[in-house]
Design a protein around this ligand. Structure first.
Ligand SMILES: [Zn+2]
Length: 375
């Protein structure tokens, strides 16, 4: 049923439309035109654009009415992100001689992350339509700015979506593979404010912010905290002439945890340790905590996992539920009350000049999505 040539050609077409994060307009317009011409209701999510004003597009949502015996089942969302990392402009894709892969010319990424997911969705829709297959109502959600902090998925206007279950087509590997868990992620940044003084003449009247920071760091639990939780300081900046007691030291760090409680506990520990050190030396602490990811771990009885596992069983696919410490759009969707998992799209070596599409996997993964929405 899958039209191999059409699916690959759509993929080739999509990667040639530039859409580095914040510049998704070209792909958004392509999708809006494509699905409008097919007669579907197509929306551009204005709220996402208001919340991410730096992007020149909003999330794109397409509504596909249910059909046949499954028409009254609950709505399913298929999701892929429109943006790519850099260098992602002027991509020149080609199929390798053995016909197995699509690659770039080596000067840019390929953009299979996540144009492979978008191309899958286009092929799924075409197959459903051509073969008159029965399926539940579907919503296609194409997001902006995934690569720069999952901004589009967090900002999505849930009023525009009826679905509560989503398959995000943005993973590695073949059919059967799913990412079913992800972390809480906290960015902690701030500064220690001490007091400047001449280091030779009046050191006692100064408060050394770098000394405070050193005290805090030496009392802080760092790196692997437990099975689920990690903490890393990436930046400590204090840059003064040596004859000045340094007034300000800035810092930035991250905490990740697959477990809400453990993550929060570690966040408290970090802040308390900084505060104690500041108090000890009579310095001031200013800080910001920004939570950009929210932990999720779907249990086996979660409807989205159940549906996927049952499909794997029917088709003898080897189900593999993975937990990932990085971010995906699932984090944003979960935050918005939509149960989602990531399924493999078909790309490999994402974010690298050697990125490629593995054609067989791409087609097999497309087939599994067709099974998911038609059975
Ligand atoms: Zn991606």
């Amino acid at each position: 049923m899958i039209n191999k040539e059409r699916a690959i050609n759509k993929f080739l077409e999509l990667v040639q439309i530039d859409s580095v994060s914040y510049h998704e307009r070209g792909v958004a317009d392509y999708l809006i035109n494509y699905f409008s011409e097919l007669g579907y209701e197509v929306l551009e999510d204005k709220l996402s654009n208001e919340k991410v004003p730096l992007s020149n597009a909003g999330n794109v949502i397409v509504k596909i009415p249910g059909k046949g015996a499954l028409a009254n089942q609950e709505t399913l969302i298929l999701e892929a992100h429109m943006d790519t990392v850099e260098p992602g402009n002027g991509i020149k894709p080609s199929i390798t001689e053995d016909g197995k892969y699509v690659v770039s010319d080596g000067t840019t990424i390929l953009g299979a992350d996540d144009k492979a997911g978008i191309a899958q969705i286009l092929e799924v829709e075409a197959v459903l339509r051509e073969n008159d297959l029965s399926h539940p109502p579907l919503e296609f959600l194409f997001t902006i700015c995934e690569e720069v902090g999952i901004l589009g998925a967090f900002a999505v206007d849930t009023e525009l979506l009826a679905g509560k279950v989503a398959f995000v087509l943005d993973g590695k590997g073949g059919p059967g593979t799913a990412i079913i868990g992800g972390p809480d992620y906290y960015d902690v940044s701030g500064k220690i404010i001490g007091k400047a003084a001449h280091a030779g003449i009046a050191p006692d009247s100064g408060i050394s912010s770098i000394q405070v920071m050193a005290e805090a760091i030496s009392n802080m639990n760092l790196l692997k905290i437990d099975e689920n939780t990690t903490t890393n300081i990436g930046k400590v900046i204090c840059d003064y002439p040596t004859n000045v007691v340094p007034e300000i030291t800035t810092f930035a760090m991250e905490i990740r945890s697959l477990d809400h409680e453990s993550g929060k506990k570690q966040l408290n520990h970090v802040i308390e340790t900084l505060q104690k050190a500041a108090d000890k030396f009579d310095a001031k602490l200013e800080y910001d905590v920004d939570q950009s990811l929210y932990a999720y771990h779907h249990e086996d009885d979660n409807p989205v996992i159940k549906r996927f596992k049952e499909m794997c069983k029917r088709h003898n696919l080897n189900y593999q539920g993975l937990v990932m410490r990085g971010g995906t759009d699932v984090s944003g969707l979960t935050f918005n009350g939509i149960d989602a998992i990531v399924l493999a799209a078909g790309g490999a070596n994402g974010h690298e000049l050697q990125e490629r599409l593995i054609i067989d996997e791409f087609l097999e993964n497309t087939q599994q999505v067709i099974w998911l929405v038609t059975e």
